[in-house]
Design a protein around this ligand. Structure first.
Ligand SMILES: Nc1ncnc2c1ncn2[C@@H]1O[C@H](COP(=O)(O)OP(=O)(O)OP(=O)(O)O)[C@@H](O)[C@H]1O
Length: 438
């Protein structure tokens, strides 16, 4: 049965009235400005309106020059948000969501998630969305690539606020497109928050090393070396004063040999690597025996320094080495270190190219993982845990021209964050070695 035209017309009129009633609540400043301008023009004429606008513009100009941050926060970003709400999201909402498969139908009516708010930060748009009853946030998480393409953004990330409210975050441009030079060496070393790069939101990316173990995964050329070197650089003052030590395993003899003078121990063959790992286990067990019943947390001192066991290409000793005995001993030592070393100040920072289980059985013993550029989509969840790719951690799509870009999970949040490691050049390492040795 066809719906009579009069009902369709009535529905459109009702929607228009609803929109007009809601408009002042959604865009109070814009509606207020138009209303006041219309009132001034109506009562005093256009000359008065021009004077009011000129005064307002001068006021805004002074505000912008005098308090640029406040102006940006209160005026510029809000105006941008209103513009993008209407021009980007509201205009394309229906076609993009229908094509992405997020529109639901019931009794021949189409139901779409509703935009509740759009807010802009300096680098991204945050679109708060109310989902259609009966759908789940996971449905949106599975369509992040389509949504990003649909709204012309480089990526899309989903934050779930509650069962029916989600925030879609669309970056407007890539804040990590330019390489980041080596960060300044911190004066006071916080081993639980070493500055190693930049986050997509402009904040410093800090890496916890004390009290955890970190696995860096990425294809060759993805920039694993820059994460390792940035972490070592951030520890430099502690290495100098003897409260931290780096024990390095460098099977490729390329990455770490350059800064050899900074390391308390160094190994570059299968045999010496296993000796080093077993020595770390012995240190760990000695501390555990001494601390038993007396102290539960390790505090780095010159007597008991924090030991960072840095392994470049850990699969060399656990999977690729031709000697079975070396592989077995290395795996045992790594398993012991990663399962017991945290509380006694022995941490492992390991790099790995291939995250498949057969290559490294110990993957899950590393509480913190960093996903640089990966080969396959299926590897993302292997590294960052289930659901990471659905939440937008497309590490397999990282541009090969952006080495050092990675996805990580920060403490206390399941949402993966895009980061870029600072690049520590050979000259920087030379300077560090000179300082460290001095
Ligand atoms: N954070 C970074 N920022 C900018 N450029 C970088 C960064 N990291 C690495 N690069 C560039 O990419 C190149 C390859 O990086 P690197 O050797 O660290 O990769 P890798 O993942 O360690 O590779 P492999 O597994 O082959 O050792 C470097 O020579 C450097 O030019």
């Amino acid at each position: 049965m066809e719906t009579p035209g009069v009902f369709i017309l009535a529905r459109w009129i009702a929607r228009l009235v609803g929109l007009l009633v809601l408009l002042p609540f959604r865009f109070p400043v814009a509606v207020g400005t138009v209303a006041v301008s219309a009132a001034v023009w109506h009562v005093f004429g256009w000359v008065a309106l021009a004077v009011v606008w000129t005064i307002a513009d001068i006021g805004l100009l002074v505000w912008w020059r005098r308090w640029p941050d406040a102006f940006r926060h209160c005026v510029a970003l809000r105006a941008l948000a209103a513009w993008r709400w209407v021009w980007v999201y509201w205009r394309h909402w229906q076609p993009v969501l229908v094509v992405a498969g997020l529109a639901e139908s019931y009794q021949e009516r189409q139901y779409l998630p509703r935009i509740r708010r759009v807010a802009c930060s300096a680098w991204s748009d945050r679109v708060r969305v109310r989902l259609v009853a009966g759908t789940a946030p996971a449905d949106v998480e599975q369509r992040v690539t389509e949504l990003a393409h649909g709204f012309g953004a480089p990526s899309c990330r989903v934050t779930v606020l509650d069962a029916r409210d989600v925030v879609l975050e669309f970056p407007r441009f890539d804040t990590l497109a330019k390489p980041i030079g080596a960060l300044p060496v911190p004066r006071h070393v916080d081993l639980a928050a070493l500055p190693v790069g930049k986050r997509e939101d402009g904040e410093v990316w800090r890496l916890r090393l004390h009290g955890t173990h970190v696995l860096i995964v990425g294809v060759t050329g993805a920039g694993k070396g820059s994460v390792i070197w940035s972490a070592i650089r951030a520890m430099l003052p502690a290495i100098e004063d003897g409260t931290a030590e780096v024990w390095a395993i460098d099977p490729k003899r390329m990455e770490l040999s350059y800064g050899r003078a900074l390391f308390a121990r160094y190994a570059d063959t299968g045999e010496t690597a296993v000796d080093l790992l077993e020595a770390a286990v012995a240190t760990m067990q000695d501390r555990a025996a001494r601390y038993a019943g007396r102290q539960r947390v390790h505090v780095p001192t010159v007597e008991d320094p924090f030991v960072a066991v840095v392994v470049d290409e850990v699969a060399f000793v656990t999977a690729y080495h031709p000697d079975r005995d070396i592989r077995r001993r290395a795996e045992n030592a790594l398993a012991t270190l990663t399962s017991q070393g945290r509380s006694v100040g022995v941490s492992v920072l390991a790099a790995l190219q291939d995250p498949r289980k057969e290559v490294l059985n110990l993957r899950n013993l590393f509480p913190d993982k960093i996903a640089l550029r990966l080969d396959e989509a299926s590897q993302v969840d292997m590294v960052l845990g289930d659901g990471a790719r659905e939440r937008g951690a497309n590490a397999h799509l990282i541009d090969p021209d952006l080495p050092g870009v990675a996805f990580v999970r920060l403490e206390g949040s399941p949402v993966p964050v895009r980061v870029r490691a600072a690049f520590v050049s050979d000259d920087d390492i030379d300077a560090m070695t000179a300082e460290g040795v001095a």
